[in-house]
Design a protein around this ligand. Structure first.
Ligand SMILES: C[S@@+](CC[C@H](N)C(=O)[O-])C[C@H]1O[C@@H](n2cnc3c(N)ncnc32)[C@H](O)[C@@H]1O
Length: 231
């Protein structure tokens, strides 16, 4: 299946439901029930669905031993917690990037208006949530912007899973900025990539990302499009 036909099916009414004779929505729903209800979405101000949370956990648990995840757009730490709960099995580390509640004037200039700035969680609040969830020593919160974090990135740290959920007008740029640091076979997942319940700019960027090079294991889970770099 070509990327274009995969995306077309993902965004159609019927969707790419059966792969190799196996119902993907059933698998996604099961993952959601088993893993995607651990954290209080309302309290965290989270923006992912249970099925998406379940699959983030599953994908995080599939990185290699001591694997590295980069999350762009951490907000209150909901998706971070799901990623960490999968990553725990692999003794891995997550770098979660977000401006949190720093320099709100700058955020007001750069914002895509996706989250209310007056209620932004602090880095300290998110750190204490992650500690309380049992993830001490497994995370580094980077207070700032993905473009700055990419420029300062230590090239010796290879990324096994890149989760893009930051500024919805720069998903392609986020991918390109971190692409040089992706490990062979790394997974990339992009949130809000659906024409009906996502953002038009992300939809366009996802087309560009997944047409820019060969991929395997393409998956569509609600508004997430994900795949692994083909070696
Ligand atoms: C949709 S929220 C993330 C939600 C979170 N992933 C979850 O599901 O719980 C997007 C977050 O990305 C942040 N953001 C915006 N631009 C960013 C950038 N360039 N780098 C990192 N974070 C960014 C926003 O301030 C906001 O906190």
């Amino acid at each position: 299946m070509t990327v274009d036909s995969f995306l077309k099916k993902a965004w159609s009414e019927s969707g790419p439901k059966v792969i190799s004779g196996f119902s993907r929505p059933f698998y996604h729903n099961l993952s959601g029930l088993m893993y995607g209800r651990r954290y209080d979405k309302k309290a965290y101000g989270g923006m992912i669905r249970h099925t998406e949370a379940g699959m983030l956990t599953q994908w995080a648990s599939q990185v290699p031993e001591n694997g590295v995840i980069v999350e762009i757009g951490c907000y209150g730490g909901l998706s971070t917690s799901y990623l960490l709960s999968g990553l725990k099995k692999k003794n891995g580390k997550i770098y979660a990037i977000d401006p949190f509640n720093s320099d709100l004037d700058k955020q007001a200039e750069l914002t895509d208006d996706c989250v209310p700035l007056e209620k932004k969680p602090t880095k300290e609040l998110v750190a204490s949530r992650l500690e309380n969830n049992g993830f001490g020593g497994m995370f580094e919160l980077i207070e700032g912007y993905s473009q700055e974090a990419a420029t300062a990135w230590d090239p010796s740290i290879k990324i096994d899973f890149l989760w893009i959920d930051g500024n919805h007008e720069q998903a392609y740029q986020d991918f390109k900025d971190f692409e040089p640091y992706l490990a062979p076979g790394a997974r990339v997942a992009v949130h809000d990539a659906h024409p009906r319940y996502g953002y038009a700019a992300v939809v366009e960027d996802v087309k560009r990302i997944f047409n820019s090079r060969p991929w395997t294991d393409l998956e569509h889970v609600k508004s997430i499009i994900s795949g692994k770099l083909a070696n």
